[in-house]
Design a protein around this ligand. Structure first.
Ligand code: TXA
Ligand code: MG
Length: 303
C-alpha cells in the first residue's frame, strides 16, 4: 500500500533508512533516495523499471555542499547558479568518487540540481544527505505533477508519497552540461537556452558520440493512447473519422501555463480511452521548445 503523507520527518526517516519516497519538486514529482547509499538507489531503478544506463540527478540544498560531490567546477556554474538556482536547472559536472557509480551510470560526471520547492528543501535540510531522484513515473511514461499521479504510477512500489501540491513548473529541469569546453544544453526545460546564453554566452549542440541525456530516448513520456502531432490545430480535418482527443496547449495564455499543464492534460486525455490523441505544437522558442521536444518524444513513431 502506498500512503500520501504530509509529515516531512516521516519522509526523512524513510530516506535515512535506505528506502525510497515520492517527493514534490517545483518541476515534477520525484522518486528520491539517499544518493550515497547504493542499495537505496537500486530501489529507484527497480520501482521505475528504469534501465541502469540512465543516470540520476542528485539534489542538494545549496552550493555550499557541492565541493563534496563535484570537482573542477567552472566559473559558468557560479554565474548560472546565481541567476537560476534554486530552481529548475540541472548542472552536469565532473564527479567525485563519493557518488556511487549506480547514480551516474558509471559516468565521470554527476548531474546536480538545487530544487526550489520549500518542502523538498526542508527535507534536504533534515536528512543532510544528497537525494538522488528521477521523475516518479515508470520508465517511459508520463511524468507526474501531483501526488495522485505518483500514486497511479507507483502504487504498491513505494511506501510514502510526500504531499507538496501541484508542481508549479510542470516539466522537468533544463539539463546543462558544464563538464566540457563549451556548455551544452542536453535537455530543454523551463530555463531556456536563450536565457542561459544571456548569462554565459555561447552554448553548443551536445557532442555526438557522448551520451546526451539518455532520458531523452525515443518514446519517453508516452501515453498508452497513440499520439500524433500537428503543426496547427486547423489540420484536424485529417482525423475526422477517428475518435480522438485534442491536446491544444495554445489555449493557455502563455507558454509557462502551457508547460504547467502539459503532462496533466496528457494524462487526463490518456485516461479517456480515445483511439488517438492529436497534439498541436506550440511556438518553438523559449520554454516552447521544451514543450515541443516532449511532444515529439511522446509521439508514436509508427503512425
Ligand atoms: O526536474 C527534474 O529534473 C526532475 C526532478 C525530480 O528533479 N528529475 C528528472 O529526472 O527529470 P530524470 O531522471 O527523469 O531525468 C534526468 C535526466 C535524464 O535525461 C538523464 O539522462 C540526465 O538527466 N542525466 C543525469 N545524469 C547525467 C549525467 N551525468 N550526464 C548527462 N545526463 C545526465
Ligand atoms: Mg523522467
Amino acid at each position: 500500500m502506498t500512503e500520501i503523507i504530509k509529515d516531512i520527518d516521516l519522509a526523512a526517516e524513510e530516506i535515512l533508512k535506505g528506502n525510497i519516497v515520492g517527493l514534490p519538486t517545483e518541476t515534477v514529482y520525484g522518486l528520491g533516495a539517499n544518493a550515497l547509499n547504493q542499495d537505496a538507489v537500486i530501489k529507484i531503478f527497480e520501482a521505475k523499471e528504469r534501465p541502469r544506463f540512465n543516470p540520476l540527478i542528485v539534489h542538494l540544498f545549496d552550493k555550499e555542499e557541492l565541493d563534496k560531490y563535484a570537482e573542477e567546477i567552472p566559473e559558468n556554474f557560479f554565474k548560472l547558479y546565481e541567476k537560476f538556482s534554486p530552481g529548475p536547472i540541472t548542472y552536469v559536472l565532473k564527479k567525485k568518487k563519493i557518488i556511487p557509480d549506480i547514480v551516474t551510470a558509471g559516468n565521470e560526471t554527476v548531474a546536480v540540481r538545487f530544487p526550489s520547492h520549500n518542502i523538498f528543501r526542508e527535507l534536504l535540510k533534515k536528512v543532510n544527505v544528497p537525494i538522488a531522484a528521477p521523475s516518479a513515473n515508470r520508465f517511459g511514461r508520463i511524468s507526474p505533477t501531483s501526488t495522485e499521479d505518483v500514486k497511479k504510477e507507483m502504487d504498491g512500489r513505494v511506501k510514502y508519497i510526500l504531499e507538496g501540491g501541484i508542481s508549479d513548473v510542470g516539466i522537468e529541469s533544463t539539463v546543462i552540461d558544464l563538464s566540457g569546453e563549451i556548455p551544452a544544453v542536453l535537455r530543454h526545460g523551463f530555463v531556456s537556452e536563450e536565457e542561459i546564453q544571456s548569462v554565459i554566452g555561447k552554448t553548443q549542440k551536445p557532442e555526438s558520440g557522448k551520451i546526451h541525456s539518455p532520458g531523452m530516448l525515443l518514446n519517453h513520456y508516452a501515453p498508452m493512447t497513440p499520439l500524433v502531432i500537428v503543426e496547427h490545430i486547423n489540420e484536424l480535418e485529417k482525423f475526422e473519422r477517428k475518435n480522438y482527443g485534442i491536446l491544444d496547449l495554445n489555449k493557455y495564455h502563455d507558454l509557462k501555463e502551457a508547460a504547467k499543464h502539459l503532462f496533466s492534460d496528457l494524462r487526463i486525455l490518456d485516461e479517456k480511452g480515445f483511439e488517438l490523441i492529436v497534439a498541436a505544437k506550440v511556438q518553438d522558442e523559449g520554454i516552447g521548445r521544451a514543450i515541443n521536444d516532449r511532444l515529439e518524444i511522446a509521439r508514436h513513431k509508427n503512425i
